[in-house]
Design a protein around this ligand. Structure first.
Ligand SMILES: [Zn+2]
Ligand SMILES: [Zn+2]
Length: 758
């Protein structure tokens, strides 16, 4: 279908080309002034309606009159004797006009666009007209003609045809020259075709072009891309006079094969040769290669050192260098410096913007990512693309910025990107994480193509909202559709079972994963199972599972069991878990607090006191909890006991007023959630100002009655906040959605979707 549609356009391009050739040869100097019209004419989508074109049919009226003058389209018979090589000869003659370049490019890209037809069977094309035209216009005895054809095919990405043309040329016993090899070798690289690459290398050797700098650099690149670094290095070492291209090819080769340290060692050699040989100098392209090695090594010191060199040589403002430098800093977690590098790039391109936005999105700096996106739109110098929108959607997902997410989704639809499977998956993920699982499902339903990530995003989405049945249904449909689940899919399936307490389903999928799908369970899968068993009260079974693990249990697994021990008041096992956790993650204060709470529940106050003293003497501080709430497109952040927010006084007053109603509804603050180091009255205060309470109150105060309040918390919601928000939802008659570090809680009418099971 696609080829059929292309044919008439290409054929017309050939004919137009032929007409121009005709005019050019009829007068000694090309005089057609309408040359720019040729390109839009060829690309016009409505050209297919011209096929089959009657001989007398006028050309597109939109085309300028001087071009129309060449119609009616001449029959192929008129071109006899006018060969394309004459055109090439004209090119290599005295003056070559832009028109000629245009014409050549149009002709060659028309050939390339036809697909493989004319070259595949040079003399047996299924379309006799095309074969005739091709045979007429390419002078097969001229090596320059072949070079141009090979180069153009390679450049347009049709490497298979470029290699076929190369081999056809060799079959005609034509002697290749130094321009023939680089393009032929590059086509081998593009296809990762080592066999053809070696053949091309041999021929270069036979014709004496092996040490030609362009040929050898292309060969180094080919061997590296095919994973044969030793051959590449041998060739590199044998080059008598290396230049910047040879050095860059070799450094890039090391980077591509994951040998970034070798690449950096070679860079040292490059610097030495630069001081000794004045023909060798480091340029910005070489710098990009070196910096991508820094990205892979991700060591602060190394990146800083190379950055110093970049400044010294004045490459700082270069867009390519800046983009790679940003990435190198981001990879060694120097987000601030990465941002500064971005600010310093003078000609920011779409890659610069995409990198900075994605660095922020991926490092939890959602507000910055969204702000940068606004800057990009306001700046207007660079148009955003699918990659940008994906990063912005990720930032929306992390910060729960539903309104911004929705507007990005609209933009995705407007730009016709909704069918893109990666984009669609980002949209689903955004809606799920912003609490709109139904909107996610609608977007999911509209997607024509779904890959394993798409299905997994939907399974995970249902799971985090506690809709385990729906998650398992989607998982079932995924299997029916013949999409093979992967490691992450099973994490999502087991997490869904764990969120809903589906013990039997969880077990059976955990077994099936290994035995039916050949996926070895990893820590994440064990984590879900321990959580599932632990919360169901099967503490010993969970402990046995940990002991049987083929991989080393991590702090998440012991943490789940410790939390289960608190829930089911098992001091003995709790102590075992805590001991493991203190070894694995000694600076995390959360475990000390959990163990302390287990002791408190058991009334072991001496142990509670012991924990308190230990924590104090080791300077362990609880990580600050914070909550986010989106309001009119802006994201508001609240810390525990926040006094920074402009409305904080109003919020506290509102909560004070509400507490009376809450107590009437039977609310009793749950004191055991707090470390027993404050007196009762103060404890009441501390609980009240948990960040999620502030965020919920702020949301209720500032939004229209009936609207849903959505809050995101960085830690797990505590029992007291959970109880209070349930009652609050009833008193203020609102739906309140809280996403904590584990899952979603939908509070409505005094109940929560998790069924108090989280
Ligand atoms: Zn709380
Ligand atoms: Zn809940």
């Amino acid at each position: 279908m696609a080829i059929a549609a292309k044919f008439p356009i290409c054929l017309l391009a050939l004919l137009t080309f032929a007409s121009l050739v005709d005019s050019v040869f009829s007068t000694s100097v090309p005089t057609i002034s309408a040359s720019p019209a040729v390109l839009p004419y060829v690309n016009a989508p409505n050209m297919s309606s011209f096929f089959p074109a009657p001989k007398t049919m006028p050309l597109n009226p939109a085309v300028s009159p001087s071009l129309q003058a060449v119609s009616p389209i001449p029959s192929s018979g008129e071109f006899v004797g006018r060969s394309w090589s004459s055109a090439v000869k004209l090119q290599s003659g005295t003056a070559i006009s832009d028109l000629w370049l245009h014409v050549l490019i149009v002709f060659l890209s028309a050939l390339a666009a036809i697909g493989s037809k004319p070259f595949k069977n040079t003399t047996h094309s299924s379309n006799p007209n095309l074969a005739t035209l091709f045979n007429k216009y390419v002078d097969k005895t001229n090596v320059f003609s072949w070079n141009s054809v090979i180069a153009e095919l390679a450049r347009s990405g049709d490497s298979v045809e470029a290699l076929r043309a190369f081999s056809s040329m060799r079959k005609l016993s034509l002697t290749p020259n130094r321009s023939t090899f680089p393009c032929a070798v590059k086509s081998c690289s593009a296809l990762f075709d080592l066999h053809s690459g070696r053949q091309a290398h041999q021929q270069a050797l036979i014709f004496g072009y092996e040490s030609d700098l362009f040929v050898s650099s292309a060969l180094i690149d080919m061997y590296s891309k095919c994973g044969h670094l030793d051959d590449a290095r041998q060739l590199f070492d044998e080059i008598p006079q290396r230049n910047v291209v040879s050095w860059t090819s070799m450094i890039t080769g090391y980077v591509q094969n994951g040998e970034a340290l070798e690449a950096l060692l070679l860079f040292k050699g490059f610097l030495i040769e630069e001081t000794e040989n004045e023909d060798v100098y480091i340029d910005s392209v070489a710098m990009v290669s070196v910096l991508s090695a820094c990205s892979r090594v991700s060591r602060k010191g190394v990146t800083r050192g190379v950055h110093g060199f970049v400044i010294k040589r004045g490459f700082e403002g270069d867009t390519g260098v800046g983009n790679t430098l940003m990435d190198a800093y981001a990879k060694c977690s120097e987000i601030g410096v990465s941002r500064k590098v971005f600010d310093g790039i003078t000609g920011k391109d779409v890659i610069s913007w995409n990198s900075v936005i994605s660095v922020c999105s991926q490092n939890g700096m959602s507000a910055e990512a969204l702000e940068l996106f606004h800057d990009m739109v306001r700046d207007g110098a660079v148009a955003y693309n699918a990659v940008t929108l994906s990063s912005v959607l990720l930032a929306c997902a992390h910060s729960g910025a539903l309104q911004v997410g929705k507007s990005i989704h609209n933009q995705v639809i407007k730009m016709g990107l909704e069918d893109d499977v990666y984009m669609g998956t980002s949209v689903i993920d955004m809606y799920c994480k912003c609490g709109r699982v139904r909107a996610a499902r609608r977007a999911f339903g509209r997607m024509k193509e779904k890959n394993v990530k798409t299905w997994t995003a939907m399974v995970a989405g249902y799971g985090m909202h506690g809709h385990a049945r729906e998650a398992l249904e989607v998982f079932y449909d995924m299997n029916q559709a013949g999409v093979k689940p992967n490691y992450i899919t099973f994490v999502s399936v087991l997490a869904a079972c764990s969120h809903a307490g589906l013990l039997d389903e969880g077990w059976s999928w955990f077994q099936a994963m290994e035995h039916k799908f050949n996926i070895e369970p990893g820590v994440e899968h064990y984590g879900c199972m321990v959580d599932l068993l632990g919360r169901a009260g099967l503490l010993n079974k969970a402990y046995d599972l940990i002991k049987d693990m083929k991989v080393r249990p991590d702090f998440v697994i012991w943490g789940s069991l410790l939390a289960a021990c608190r829930m089911h008041k098992n001091v003995e096992l709790g102590e075992i878990c805590a001991r493991k956790l203190f070894e694995l993650d000694p600076s995390n204060c959360g475990y000390y607090v959990l163990l302390s709470n287990i002791y408190a529940d058991a009334g072991r106050w001496e142990d509670v006191e012991r924990m308190r003293i230990y924590m104090k003497s080791h300077g362990l501080v609880k990580p600050p909890g914070f909550s986010l709430v989106e309001l009119k497109g802006g994201v508001h952040v609240f810390l525990v006991g926040d006094t920074e927010h402009p409305q904080h006084e109003k919020i506290y007053a509102y909560l004070e007023m509400l507490s009376v109603k809450l107590q009437e509804a039977g609310y009793m603050p749950n004191m055991t959630s707090v470390l027993h180091d404050v007196d009762e009255e103060e404890k009441g205060m501390t609980l009240r100002v948990h960040s999620e309470k502030l965020a919920v109150a702020f949301g209720v105060m500032n939004s229209a009655p009936g609207t849903t309040i959505q809050v995101i918390k960085n830690l797990r919601i505590c029992g007291d906040c959970h109880t209070m928000i349930k009652l609050m939802a009833k008193i203020v008659d609102r739906e309140i959605v809280v996403r904590d570090s584990k899952r979603f809680h939908h509070f409505k009418d005094g109940l929560c979707s998790c069924g108090d099971y989280w």
